[in-house]
Ligand binder design. Structure first.
Ligand SMILES: NC(=[NH2+])NCCC[C@H](N)C(=O)O
Length: 625
């Protein structure tokens, strides 16, 4: 049993400080490129489709607040991601960082949910691309399929969207054939996207009507969703459910954290780019959602293409085409921001043998993980074809929220770990202090040392586990007992108070433990409060998602654990000390559609796929030595 448990927490070795700086990739991405990467991979369906859908169906005008809540969750997650990236500035992702720092099972869960994030992210944006394009041709595509191939299965789309399936396969082919990537392409499309968002907000301000934020129920048509009117027509609960869906709109900035081997001065530029891009994204979403719901009553919005609709309604036909250019640019960079990391995450996990090794095969001719690319492309395409956008959005949000929660937990664990167990630690110095398992209540609040010892590490790790359990119970109480709490049922209030008190006690115990003195280019401020708030808001948002989303997520996790406990745990070989984690080539947000583009232009072009082959060769050589 102990051997089994040790297998779950075994970590991957990383090089010493010098090794962390080695890379076969070109460090050419500055803070501006990284920020454009974060914005380009994030501003897409959230702007052009999700904002209108959430306003129409879930939150009404309070979608503005839903985006603020989602922005808070994303900023907290972004800060934790930035510290994670600063700890292991190698190309990779939260999967690599957690494998190096916390252990194999946590790494598998994070990696498995990142596969879900990128696969469903691809499917959702492809679906949004399809429905947006269809809205420009008067929905002829969906009307044809609804008429000739209707689908009436619960939880599935009302028609098979072959157009989104085709878009996904087309981009999969480009990806499989080793399309090269250029930062220029992304920067141009992102600039166009941001200019269109600015155009919508500024022009829209001339057409706002504040009455749309305080609608009188008597003036609303009968039977309309959220008939209570006002700013919260679906109530506080509806606004928070909207926040869980709006969280999807902020997903994408995390790809900045995977550029550890291509960023100039990564330990400064990556955290900076994550924070700046999140500020830009939050301003875009909040201002656009405010203008959208002020220009038009929420119940009239077109859920598939809300922005052209509201300008058409004002008689501004030309705006429809300007917005469409921005939409197709934004959806394209977002789609590619989701597609490029997908085979690379699979490649990284397969190289570690944590999933089937065959997925790590690099095609000699195209120098890409061809099989992984094709499998993930077909899976994403089928998801785009069979599910409607709302289902896909919620499915991606739940997986990403869990991944971000685990990142925040990893940051907490590492902050209170002894210095000799920090990633990249090379000195022979062993931490002092007893490593006896049991500790007294006095130990909890009075640590004699001002640096972590094995005892304080054990106290912190145990308390962090109890903290996560308390947060989960507290969120369940306030969400599922909210009716009884409003009626002031004493037993409900007591049940909600106990976990809440436990959270504060755990926080205080963790706060009293000494923190690691390892220097990092970026550290999350106000630890343990900030990571704890990130865990709290992420778990709350997860629990606000629908039952059907949880069922689908449960099926996904069961499949994942079958693969890990049936294959991965028996095949990950840790006898060999990896001198360099087989980090997957960093997924740049952009790609020139011209595969013949000059890969020698080291300023902006990379043939990332070639680096996989070089990296594999490098690893084999290092293993031999
Ligand atoms: N990296 C990803 N999974 N990208 C897809 C997320 C969707 C993106 N936030 C958008 O609004 O279009």
């Amino acid at each position: 049993m102990m051997r089994f448990l040790r297998m779950l927490i075994r970590t991957k070795k990383i090089p010493d400080e010098e090794g962390l700086k080695e890379t076969s990739l070109a460090r050419v991405l500055g803070a501006f490129d990284l920020t454009a990467l974060g914005v380009g991979s994030t501003l897409g369906a959230g702007i052009y489709v999700v904002a209108g859908q959430v306003a129409r169906q879930t939150a009404g005008p309070s979608v503005f607040v839903s985006f603020l809540v989602a922005a808070l969750a994303s900023v907290l997650a972004g800060l934790c991601y930035a510290e994670f990236a600063a700890r292991v500035p190698k190309a990779g992702s939260a999967y690599v960082y957690s494998y190096v720092t916390v252990g194999e099972l946590m790494a598998f869960i994070i990696g498995w949910n990142m596969i879900l994030e990128y696969a469903i992210g691809t499917a959702s944006v492809a679906r949004a691309w399809s429905s947006y394009f269809d809205s420009l041709v008067d929905n002829k595509i969906q009307n044809f399929f609804k008429e000739n191939m209707p689908m009436a299965l619960t939880g599935l789309s009302t028609y098979p969207d072959f157009f989104s399936f085709g878009i996904t396969l087309l981009l999969t082919a480009l990806l499989a054939f080793g399309v090269r990537e250029s930062a220029k392409f992304n920067n141009i499309f992102t600039a166009v996207n941001l200019l269109v968002v600015l155009y919508v907000v500024i022009c829209g301000l001339f057409k706002v009507d504040t009455k749309n934020w305080s609608l009188d129920p008597a003036d609303m048509p009968s039977g309309v969703e959220g008939g209570n009117g006002g700013f919260f027509p679906f109530g506080f609960s509806g606004m928070m459910s909207g926040a869980a869906t709006c969280f999807y709109a902020f997903v994408g900035f995390d790809c900045v954290a995977t550029t550890g081997e291509e960023a100039k001065n990564p330990q400064r530029n990556i955290p900076l780019a994550i924070i700046v891009s999140l500020i830009i994204i939050s301003l875009a979403y909040c201002s656009l959602s405010a203008v959208l719901t002020l220009m038009c009553p929420y119940y009239l919005l077109d859920p598939n293409a809300p922005l052209p609709f509201v300008f058409d309604r004002e008689g501004w036909g030309v705006a429809k085409y300007i917005i469409s250019v921005g939409a197709l640019c934004g959806l394209s960079t977002s789609l590619l921001g989701a597609m490029f990391p997908l085979p690379r995450i699979l490649y990284a996990m397969a190289t570690d043998n944590i999933i089937f090794k065959v997925l790590a095969q690099i095609n000699d001719r195209f120098k890409t993980p061809l099989l992984a690319t094709i499998i993930t492309g077909i899976f994403s395409g089928l998801m785009a074809m069979m599910f409607n956008l709302k289902e896909l959005v919620d499915m991606m949000s739940i997986g990403t929220l869990l991944a971000y929660t685990l990142v925040a937990v990893c940051v907490l664990i590492l902050r209170y770990r002894t210095d000799d167990q920090q990633p990249g630690h090379t000195s022979e110095h062993q931490s002092s202090g007893d490593d006896h398992i049991l500790f007294s209540s006095r130990d909890l609040f009075n640590s004699p040392s001002n640096t972590p010892t094995k005892l304080t590490q054990k106290i912190a790790t145990s308390t962090i586990s109890l903290l996560c359990l308390s947060i989960t119970l507290f969120c369940c109480m306030i969400i599922f007992l909210s009716g009884e709490l409003m009626d002031y049922r004493w037993w409900a209030i007591l049940l909600a108070i106990l976990p809440g008190l436990s959270i504060f006690v755990c926080l205080f115990i963790i706060y009293k433990q000494p923190q690691s003195t390892t220097t990092l280019s970026f550290k999350v401020p106000a630890v343990p409060l900030v990571p704890t708030l990130s865990v709290l808001i992420n778990i709350y948002l997860m629990l606000k998602l629908s039952t059907s989303t949880w069922i689908r997520f449960g099926v996904w996790m069961v499949l994942g654990f079958c693969i890990y406990f049936g294959y991965g745990i028996h095949h990950t070989d840790h006898s060999k000390q990896h001198s360099d984690p087989p980090a997957p080539p960093t997924p740049l947000p952009t790609h020139s559609l011209d595969p013949s583009s000059d890969s020698d232009d080291s300023d902006n072009n990379f043939d990332i796929c070639c680096d996989m082959k070089e990296k594999s060769a490098l690893l084999r050589k290092k293993d031999k030595s």
